[in-house]
Design a protein around this ligand. Structure first.
Ligand code: ATP
Length: 200
């Protein structure tokens, strides 16, 4: 049987326990061989408050180093510009054996936005879309599944996860204010942020 691979894209600015938790639960619940973390290319005009690509890559690498079911890919960072997710999936499919199944993992905000994504139907033809949703938060994902009809019912899965009210935006603000982010961000990532003076 072909491999089953999780695909988890994000700015990871910085990576935090909310990301790690949903990737871990998705990997185990769906019995994935592993999950690929894919830091996104961020266009320069949006780059205010966004750490350089190599820093976001390195923080992600450090955060997942102790989990042998997590891997990292620089496939989006090596591109000149931002990528549509469907293009990333097409590139991945060329790199992996035919028969590999891809599971695109995302949080509630991305599930809500999926109906507005360019090439979203093409994306759903190519991958299973794994929507992490808190135990009582099914409305958002139900709306998205209904929007896509049969395709949604076949390709969008609901993954129940505990809710962690953590966001990159809040973390960057905390760091700027000199407040602790210990236990929200892995220790190695905190050390990297401090050593490189990020988000000050
Ligand atoms: P920012 O505030 O900088 O936008 P973010 O963490 O929401 O930060 P991304 O790094 O792009 O942004 O998120 C990557 C993916 O992780 C998205 O699918 C998002 O929905 C999901 N995600 C982010 N934070 C959480 C969280 N606390 N719990 C579950 N999923 C999350």
């Amino acid at each position: 049987m072909g491999k089953r691979i999780g695909v988890f894209g994000g700015t990871f600015n910085p990576i935090h326990i909310g990301h790690l938790m949903i990737a871990e639960i998705a990997t185990q619940t769906l019995g994935l061989d592993y999950t690929l973390f894919i830091p996104a290319h961020v266009p320069p005009h949006k780059a205010c408050d966004i750490a350089p690509a190599e820093a976001r890559y390195e923080m992600t690498r450090l955060a997942i180093a102790d989990n042998d079911k997590f891997k990292i890919s620089d496939i989006e960072l090596r591109r000149d510009g931002p990528s549509y997710t469907v293009d990333t999936i097409h590139s991945l499919k060329k790199l992996y054996e035919a028969g590999t199944a891809f599971y695109f993992i995302c949080g509630t905000d991305s599930i809500r936005d999926l109906p507005t994504w360019k090439y979203n139907k093409e994306l759903l033809q190519e991958v299973y879309f794994i929507g992490a949703t808190r135990p009582d938060g099914s409305a958002v994902i139900d709306d998205t599944i209904a929007y896509f009809g049969d395709l949604g019912r076949q390709k969008i899965y609901r993954l129940v996860v505990p809710e962690l009210e953590v966001s990159g935006t809040d973390l960057r603000q905390r760091i700027r204010q000199g407040k602790t982010v210990r236990y929200i961000v892995p220790d190695l990532v905190i050390q990297y942020i401090e050593a490189h003076g990020l988000y000050r």
